[in-house]
Design a protein around this ligand. Sequence first.
Ligand code: ZN
Length: 339
Amino acid sequence: MSTGVVLDPRFMEHQPGRGHPERPERIAVLVEMLERQAGLVRVEPRPATADEITLVHDGAYYEDVARTRERSYYAFDADTPVSARSFDTARLAAGGVLTLIDEVMAGHVRNGFALVRPPGHHAEPNRAMGFCLFNNAAIGAEYLRAHHGLQRVLIMDWDVHHGNGTQHRFERDPGVLYISTHQYPYYPGTGALDEVGAGDGEGYTINLPFPPGFGDAEYGEAFRTVIAPIVLQYEPEFVLISAGFDPHVADPLAGMEVTERGFASMARTLLGLADRTAAGRCVAVLEGGYDLRALRDCSAAVLTELRGQAEPADEFATASRAGPLLDAVRRVQGRYWRW
Ligand code: ZN
């Protein structure tokens, strides 16, 4: 079966202003990249409705964002300026994820990639933050439960920043397993090892706070030896990936050293898990990634994995230095999961 992709030139209409790293050109390079890719099913995005966005966000906050339509410029915080078209672009981004989810659930495509902006994982239920207006992946997870009746959804967030908005939305909720690999300590400050969820959701938040300098070997070991066993025990019915490409070695914002091969390997691990527990159902949602070439090449590499057309990867040449950190994760999470 085929792979769906959501990408629309209208995602360029959100203008955070000159010099902002989360810029419209991020979509332009992806449009160019997709012109060279054959065999993908293009899925037309629709704007998410107020009801869908308020599955995650407060109604008052939704109205705050809607009101920015009347202004040529407004800044929710220093990182998160918006233009008059930002609200509509953000609705289209969230809705793009939902249309792709519908296509996967209907069996029209096996999996897919929503190449959207603005990104979402920093957006809190009640406020914009960190370039993000509406939390696209979180809205996707809630939609899978509200409209498709699923009970267990995985959000795997490999963006280099911790997805504070996603964690906060689901930290008391065992129906969404949130796993994040991220640079730590770093923006936004959350994502410590001992943040494991609370109440009924205790044990369903997994944070892997990485020091700068981790690359393909460390991410590979983490996915194989810590993340995969947890996911197999949780048995998600759908796998969402918060796919940021800012852990790339060339990214200007952060200090990780992942390459195209590393992202391909992470995607392959997650697709293997989706095959085993979720009938292959997997949708990747673009988050960050600020080096345009890396963004383009990593997105292409993940699409190749989604289509199942990649050559088997070699083992990574360098030895992983992640052992002690992963031991610490296993110690903390050992209250909830087995290895
Ligand atoms: Zn990021």
